[in-house]
Design a protein around this ligand. Sequence first.
Ligand code: S3P
Length: 175
Amino acid sequence: MHLKLKIAPVLVLVGFMGSGKSTAGRLLAERLGWSFLDLDEEIERRAGKAVTQIFEQEGESRFRQLEHEALVEQLQLSRNGRPRVLAVGGGAFVEARNQQQLEMGGISIWLDCPVETLWERVSRESHRPLAQRREDFERLYRERLPHYQRADFTLPAGAAEPLEVVEAILKLPLF
Ligand code: S3P
């Protein structure tokens, strides 16, 4: 595919837990021939332990610090000009310091899904520290909505299959 990309070539998928950022991000990068990075995986690699362990042993604020550092580092690497797709954890875009970084260094795309769908997806898995009780999960979702709404683009992704999300991203006025 011949792309006429004229703006910063870092696409950042943001959104709540379970919105499909990593799956769609991987597929999107594959379609574009770009590299892909899942920020949570990078945090785990740097810390030498799983996100759940970081939460349990060091607490959420330490995780947020590691998340911020990894994001800054990755955006700096991206300035070298290699186009990339990044998927960031559900809390990353909520922090003002991260939003500022992303404002300057990337194009954010919010995968917008209804909270019922998100809960249905994540409650089948047990590893997310912030997805243990439905009530807390829904409250957090409501608190975070205004932050996600500040993304550069919003895509309704609740009913869509990952490949449909990728197609919708490729139709954004970016390429
Ligand atoms: C979090 C979401 C997780 C992970 C961590 C915290 C959050 O990523 O970063 O458990 O605060 O919403 P996913 O959105 O990929 O599940």
